[in-house]
Design a protein around this ligand. Structure first.
Ligand SMILES: [Zn+2]
Length: 259
């Protein structure tokens, strides 16, 4: 049996807001917003990417210098950019790119999973947090951006680009789920997951990280979820596209759903 804690997420746009998608042949717009079943959405992967970013920053700011607490850069080792390699060299991120797990590794030596991937999942291994799609009933507005001909001081023909955008005060909703217990494989949130007799996998939950911070394994589910998920989502932040055009400020409120 699996047990979850559930949280309702309300995302309210403070600025105009846009999460675009590539042009759809059925759409009249060059730059449509992402929609599913006729509703505008913040896709799960977008929200998850946002949370991943927040969690990386939090770990670096709070536990920086502690090797066990370093987040990974979620791309494969041979695609790391020069700038990313500097971040690793500076000791902000763990080396070798994204965390991953396969049963092949287990037969040799399990490589540790970083705290971010512990919660959000790594390649080949689920995490504890299920990030939802957020939906709104509101409809997008349609706008045009035009390019002026600098010489003639007139709008250039055929350069009009129409795009869809969500107004401020649009409300998106969804339900976030955090796994706390799985009696089938023995997983418990905040405890090491034993895989094939190795307990190297979640080494950030080692006694060794205690001297730098606190005993994570002794925190309650609510304390863990607050520190590593909810506090990082709550409040004002910036998300989506057109940020340089004054878009993207949002206010997120996460509330526990009592059973
Ligand atoms: Zn990782």
């Amino acid at each position: 049996m699996k047990s979850f804690k559930k949280f309702s997420i309300a995302l309210v746009t403070v600025d105009p807001f846009r999460i675009g998608t590539s042009k759809d042949v059925m759409s009249a717009f060059d730059n449509p917003v992402a929609m599913i079943g006729g509703k505008v959405v913040v896709q799960g992967p977008t929200l998850k990417g946002f949370l991943r970013n927040r969690l990386e920053e939090y770990l670096i700011d709070t536990y920086g210098g502690n090797d066990l607490m370093k987040p990974c850069i979620p791309s494969s080792e041979n695609t790391l950019s020069a700038d990313e390699k500097i971040l690793i060299k500076d000791g902000k991120y763990k080396p070798n790119g994204a965390c991953h797990y396969s049963s092949e590794d287990a037969r040799k030596r399990v490589s540790p999973i970083c705290p971010v991937c512990y919660f959000l999942g790594a390649n080949g291994l689920n995490g504890f947090v299920r990030v939802p799609y957020l939906y709104t009933e509101s409809r997008p507005d349609e706008l045009y951006s035009v390019r002026a001909d600098r010489a003639k001081d007139a709008v250039v023909d055929r350069t009009n680009r129409n795009y869809q955008i969500m107004a401020d005060h649009t409300v998106f909703n969804g339900i976030l789920e955090v796994l706390t217990d799985n009696s089938l494989n023995g997983w418990k949130l905040g405890q090491k997951r034993k895989i094939q007799d190795s307990d190297r996998l979640d080494s950030w939950l080692n006694e060794r990280s205690v001297k730098y911070s606190k005993k994570f394994m002794e925190l309650t589910y609510d304390e863990l979820i607050a520190e590593f998920i909810i506090n990082l989502l709550n409040g004002e932040n910036v998300m989506g596209g057109f940020k340089s055009k004054g878009c993207g400020k949002v206010n997120i409120t996460v509330t526990i759903i009592k059973k």
